[in-house]
Design a protein around this ligand. Structure first.
Ligand SMILES: Cc1cc2nc3c(=O)[nH]c(=O)nc-3n(C[C@H](O)[C@H](O)[C@H](O)COP(=O)(O)OP(=O)(O)OC[C@H]3O[C@@H](n4cnc5c(N)ncnc54)[C@H](O)[C@@H]3O)c2cc1C
Length: 417
């Protein structure tokens, strides 16, 4: 789609994905003006530490971004509020900005439950700072949702001596993502110090209480809701940009409006590998998609467009363990367990019609779980040859170009509270 060398690129959003888009276009030699518009007033920071180290007193982690060196006109505290695709104009709270190309990277925000009582959610640095001050010895914390965020908040709350109750509608923690059997075996054993109420629906949060659908009231000093996130797409209403769960994009990250792309948590992208659209809230996705978006923006019309379709990957640090998930399994995939000789925890693999679709493991090395699918081990030595023979890609799906960005950074080392 080759944007002209003096074209104006606008990036809406101020998180990891937005910053990486700016970096990647510059790295690829784009010299035109770039403007980044973020509704947050804070310089970009990384979100995974918010529910981990930051809650127990650690420092936030900035996303490295030298706006001056990259010559990015960075407008913090200015939200995108509308898009006029015909006039190629982004409307913000402060102004109107004309663009030639636009990358949408507005991320997602937490879902809340009904009720007039105070409930905290965890998405921003401010959220984490507020929650941190509330987690203290003897405080009654009620978590709504035994999700990844719920588990990490529970870990921090326990470390600070709080009493933790967790209300979960499903049959086990994270059962929605993993299915009941895998969730019970892999995650449930860690919840022993939490009063875990499974199969319980929350009706509302009122002052000092979480009220369940059967009328049970659970007293709470602090309520934290962690029941998922919704992409920030409302500002696109009436713009012509197609939205389903998030911004609908093809495997080249292009939306329904020419010259408008979407990356990260806000994107609902077509995956040729899994033959369905994926709307992933994973750090790895936000870290890797921008490289492909930049290439697509700058590609000459004659060039084949790169495809963004890596094997999805995420990790979570909870109760002193790290669990990791690589792939994307469906409800009909068969779950098998791999036991190890080292007395360590087992790993789960899901088998689809044509092979493994997904692997999940606790406390295994990052390389062992992260998709070996994308690239077999490289090198010419005996060890590399042996590794290639052992290589079992997550397969069963039409192989495709895995995207060509640089390797994402490894997640931070496991932190034990
Ligand atoms: C507490 C927490 C812990 C996490 N832990 C893990 C983990 O352990 N492992 C893992 O794989 N993933 C984890 N994630 C998910 C990961 O952090 C996200 O996938 C990633 O941050 C997505 O990056 P993004 O840039 O797409 O969106 P975001 O980080 O959400 O950035 C979007 C930015 O756009 C801004 N914005 C929103 N609307 C507008 C608008 N209209 N105009 C302008 N700006 C706007 C937002 O304020 C924000 O600054 C975690 C997320 C959270 C919240």
């Amino acid at each position: 789609m080759a944007v002209e060398s003096n074209a104006h690129l606008v990036v809406a959003g101020g998180g990891l994905a937005a910053v990486r888009v700016c970096e990647e276009v510059r790295r690829r030699g784009f010299a035109g003006p770039v403007t980044l518009v973020s509704d947050e007033r804070t310089a970009p920071y990384d979100r995974p530490p918010l529910s981990k180290a930051v809650l127990t007193g650690g420092d936030p982690v900035a996303v490295p971004f030298d706006a001056d060196a990259l010559a990015v006109d960075t407008r913090l505290g200015d939200a995108a509020v509308g898009l006029d695709a015909d006039r190629r104009t982004l409307r913000t709270t402060g102004t109107e900005i004309e663009f030639d190309a636009l990358v949408i990277a507005t991320g997602a925000r937490p879902v809340r439950v009904p009720g007039s009582g105070h409930q905290l959610t965890l998405r921003t640095l401010d959220d984490a700072r507020v929650l941190r001050t509330r987690l203290a010895a003897g405080v009654r914390v009620v978590l709504i949702g035994a999700s990844w965020i719920g588990a990490e908040v529970a870990t921090a709350a326990l470390a600070r001596g709080a009493h933790v109750t967790c209300v979960e509608a499903g049959t086990s923690p994270c059962a929605q993502a993993l299915g009941d059997e895998a969730a019970r075996r892999l995650l449930m054993p860690w919840w022993t110090h939490v009063d875990l109420r499974l199969g319980a629906m929350v009706r509302e949060v009122v002052h000092g209480n979480v009220v369940l659908s059967d009328g049970t009231e659970i007293p709470a000093d602090v309520v934290v809701t962690g029941i998922g996130a919704r992409p920030n797409v409302e500002w696109l209403v009436g713009s012509g940009v197609q939205v389903h769960r998030g911004v609908v994009v093809d495997e080249h990250l292009r939306s329904s409006v020419p010259g408008v792309l979407a990356v990260g948590d806000v994107a609902d992208r077509w995956s040729p590998r899994w033959r369905q659209r994926l709307c992933l809230g994973h750090w790895d996705e936000a870290a890797t998609a921008p490289a492909v978006a930049a290439q697509v923006l700058l590609a000459n019309d004659a060039d084949p467009l790169p495809v963004h379709d890596p094997v999805p990957y995420f990790w979570s640090d909870q109760f002193g363990h790290r669990c990791q998930y690589a792939g994307h399994h469906g409800p009909d995939d068969r779950l098998i367990w791999r036991e190890y000789d080292d007395d360590g925890p087992p790993a789960a693999t899901w088998l689809g019609p044509g092979g493994a679709t997904c692997r999940r493991a606790r406390d295994r090395s990052w390389q062992g779980v992260r998709p070996r699918a994308a690239r077999p081990p490289i090198g010419t030595g005996a060890r590399a040859r042996a590794a290639r023979r052992r290589h079992r890609p997550i397969s069963g799906h039409r192989p495709c170009h895995p995207g060509t960005g640089r390797q994402p950074d490894a997640p931070p080392p496991l932190t034990t509270p």
